[in-house]
Design a protein around this ligand. Structure first.
Ligand SMILES: Cc1ncc(COP(=O)(O)O)c(C=O)c1O
Length: 390
């Protein structure tokens, strides 16, 4: 066993498998039937992709040349700017940085804004990857609560209380994962006001922005000018192509903060130059195929939500929270035990795998999260087993 002192404290994680993933591995190893209601890898959900167009786009001869550019090739950034132009947001090519994932984009932003132990505000509940991203970049996460009252909203009082002199950024996930709610225009206005006054940057994760069930709430932060803003998105969700490892970061906001941010980011991006040429040349073509993917996802999400509502209406113990967009639904269940215990019991007794709410930092027991892009038949059968349990 090597001495603990050989390693950085930041990597001193508890690396033991949690009880649920251990149980899942054992369940699979025993060859037992499994209905996975967490399936969210779009390439495994039975969607149709234009294979010829995708693979063809990766064969551009221009990719034989090496043209290093910290922001990424102009041809690819132009395609990103066009994506926002179609949402009526004017983006300059100089404000776009291409990255290999939104996670990488987060790390560039954290490094640009934060010294060790500086703080970033994150919504609660939200997406679990933030913990690791923050540990790796030596920043501290402070949670601000979202409250559910006929729909999710930001608790602005608690958010303002969470700000300290070390707060450097405020993360919004728009729409949030797993709650599926968007930041409303009035909330955007308040966030700008708070962040501009306290010199805090907004970091907006918009990977699910295109997946909206109600046409009202789709404005992007990419053209936000009220406070220094970093907007993140990428092909993982927009095109259902996580394997292509392509994302971006848009810088916006008032001068001179914006120019400072661009200049600093340029050094970080130039140090890594992490984008490869074939994917950058392919980006215009890949992005143009998103509409076919969106249609299929939205049809799946709507159909699964209808099925969920149908099964919910036939029982009395559970209900679901409102969904405005995204790929998940949150089911409210009797809080008779911890969500982890419940997920373990559902797996053992019914062969159904769901995510417990605590995985996403729900503040109390009584929430399960299911994927709305799961295959329809699996979804229907999985829900049947789930509701039979209660
Ligand atoms: C809110 C959110 N942001 C970012 C990501 C990851 O995106 P990427 O594959 O570009 O790192 C996910 C993945 O599930 C996500 O849910």
């Amino acid at each position: 066993m090597p001495a603990k002192g050989m390693f950085a404290r930041r990597t001193n994680w508890n690396l033991e498998a949690n009880r649920l993933s251990e149980a899942l591995t054992a369940h699979r190893a025993a060859g037992k039937t499994l209905i996975d209601l967490t399936l969210s890898n779009p390439t495994e959900c039975g969607f149709e992709y234009d294979e010829k167009a995708i693979l063809g786009a990766l064969q551009n001869r221009q990719a034989l040349k090496y043209e290093p550019n910290p922001r990424g090739l102009a041809v690819a950034r132009r395609a990103v700017a066009q994506y926002y132009a179609e949402r009526n947001a004017g983006i300059s090519l100089d404000d776009v940085f291409l990255t290999t994932s939104t996670s990488e984009a987060y790390s560039y932003v954290f490094r640009t804004l934060c010294d060790p132990n500086d703080e970033l505000l994150i919504p609660e509940p939200s997406y679990p990857l933030f913990e690791f991203l923050a540990d790796i970049q030596d920043v501290r996460l402070i949670r601000y609560p979202l409250v559910y009252d006929y729909g999710w909203q930001i608790d602005f009082h608690a958010l303002e209380q969470a700000i300290t002199p070390r707060t450097r950024g405020l993360i919004v996930v728009h729409p949030n994962n797993p709650t599926g709610h968007f930041v409303k225009p009035e909330e955007m206005r308040k966030l700008n006001e708070i962040c501009a006054a306290r010199e805090i940057a907004i970091i907006a994760d918009e990977v699910f922005l295109d997946f909206v069930l109600n046409e009202k709430h789709t404005s992007t932060f990419a053209a936000n000018s009220g406070a220094l803003t970093f907007t993140l998105s990428g092909l993982s969700k927009i095109c259902g192509l996580p394997q292509m490892k392509t994302a971006w970061l848009i810088v916006g906001g008032p001068q001179p903060c914006k120019s400072q941010a661009l200049a600093r980011l340029e050094v970080i991006a130039d140090t890594y130059l992490s984008m490869n040429a074939p994917i950058q040349w392919a980006l215009p073509s890949l992005l143009s195929q998103r509409h076919i993917f969106h249609q299929q996802v939205l049809a799946r999400v709507r159909s699964n939500l209808r099925e969920l509502d149908k099964q919910l209406s036939a029982q009395k113990s559970c209900s679901r929270l409102e969904v405005e967009g995204g790929w998940n639904a949150v089911i409210r269940v009797p809080a008779t035990r911890s969500d982890e215990e419940l997920a373990l019991e559902l797996l053992a007794a019914r062969g159904v795998y769901v995510h417990p709410g605590h995985f996403y930092d729900f503040p109390s027991a009584g929430y399960l999260v299911v994927s709305l892009i799961a295959l329809q038949n699996e979804f229907l059968n999985g829900l049947k087993q789930l509701f039979l349990f209660f």
